[in-house]
Design a protein around this ligand. Structure first.
Ligand code: TYM
Length: 327
């Protein structure tokens, strides 16, 4: 059975971008692959090193959301990155063979640098090394593939480059993992039309109740030039229409055609979308709440997941140390 690894940062609770862009794919893939579903709490430290208490509570919520969305903790291993120390050991070893230039070119690094307004003094070593830690997360399982949203594809490229370099220097140890992207949700738009992201404050969260979802969708961007109901809309650039397509793949076309012809107003469009999204999220909300009400059981899932993960990672590190003559 091929092995897959993927992860999410517990910088907060999950949003529809995480769910549709990645998590739904994990749920689909779990029956055909040996899956490792990580909650990357060390990665969260790159931006939240001064709010560590939030990371550990968010990590438990993310675990509950993984399971509420349909991951079966018996079938796939759900665990915290910091519970499996081999991620850190491999990170250290890979950091020795990763050229700085590769890291400085990574688009997410450049983006974070600009968005967070960081200068040379406040830029941390960990933030620059983020992709090396991510490569370690993947390679420590010798994973063949990684299901992610489109924004993570550059990170996968650098992971493959690091694997190739390691194999060239020390012999064939790592497969070159490929990205598995769900094309219909590769980039889920947020309420303002940019990529849905916690840092843009444009997200709908799995933890939002029905009223919050309604308020958020009522405030979403539509077609800028559509003022009256009879003005034609452009569904391709309207957030509400895009989300409708994602959540109503069979039925969205009629609403798009009416929008294009100026036969439907944005308010109707929004009301319908609110009902569709709330109906889709409701079972997940209920399951999420149940799981969070039993923290001991949740902790048990995480311990079991870490235990299974360590079986693979300790084997990988034995191979790696041998290949590198670290006797
Ligand atoms: P993170 O925590 O930002 O996002 C988790 C997953 O959600 C996807 N995603 C989206 N997909 C579509 N549309 C969106 N608006 C959207 N927003 C987020 C992301 O692509 C991702 O799949 N670096 C990773 C975490 C990580 C990781 C790993 C991933 C660390 N180690 C190893 C895979 C394998 C990150 O920051 O994801």
């Amino acid at each position: 059975m091929e092995r897959l690894l993927s992860g999410m940062q517990p910088t907060g609770v999950l949003h529809l971008g995480n769910l549709e862009g990645a998590l739904r794919n994990w749920v689909r893939l779990q029956k055909d692959y040996e899956m490792f579903c990580c909650i990357v709490d060390w990665h969260a430290l790159t931006t939240m090193y001064n709010r560590t208490d939030e990371i550990s509570s968010s990590a438990r919520e993310v675990a509950a959301e993984y399971i509420a969305a349909g991951l079966d903790p018996e079938k796939c291993s759900i665990f915290l990155q910091s519970h499996v120390k081999e991620h850190a050991e491999l990170h250290l070893l890979l950091s020795m063979i990763t050229p700085l230039g590769w890291l400085e070119r990574v688009p997410t690094y450049k983006e974070k640098r600009e968005n967070l307004g960081l200068n040379e003094e406040s830029l941390s070593y960990g933030l620059l090394g983020y992709p090396v830690l991510m490569a370690s997360d993947i390679l420590v399982y010798r994973a063949q593939a990684v299901p992610v949203g489109k924004d993570q594809v550059p990170h996968l490229e650098i992971t493959r480059e690091i694997a190739r370099r390691f194999n060239f220097l020390y012999g064939d140890v790592f497969p070159e993992p490929k990205a598995i992207v769900n094309e219909s949700a590769a980039v889920v738009p947020g309420l303002d039309g940019r990529k849905m992201s916690k840092s843009y404050d444009n997200a709908i969260y799995l933890s939002d109740d029905a009223d919050t979802v309604a308020k958020k969708i009522m405030s979403a961007f539509t077609t800028e030039t559509k003022i009256r109901k009879s003005d034609p809309g452009i569904p391709e650039t309207c957030v509400v229409c895009q989300l409708r397509k994602l959540y109503d793949p069979e039925g969205y076309q009629t609403s798009w055609e009416e929008d294009r012809r100026g036969e439907r107003g944005c308010v109707q469009n929004k009301r319908e979308l609110i009902d569709i999204i709330n109906a889709s999220l409701e079972p997940l909300r209920i399951k999420r709440k149940e799981l969070l009400a039993d923290p001991a059981q949740l902790e048990k899932y995480l311990e079991d997941g870490a235990e299974r993960a360590r079986q693979v990672t300790s084997e990988t590190l034995t191979i790696v140390r041998k290949a590198m003559n670290l006797r």
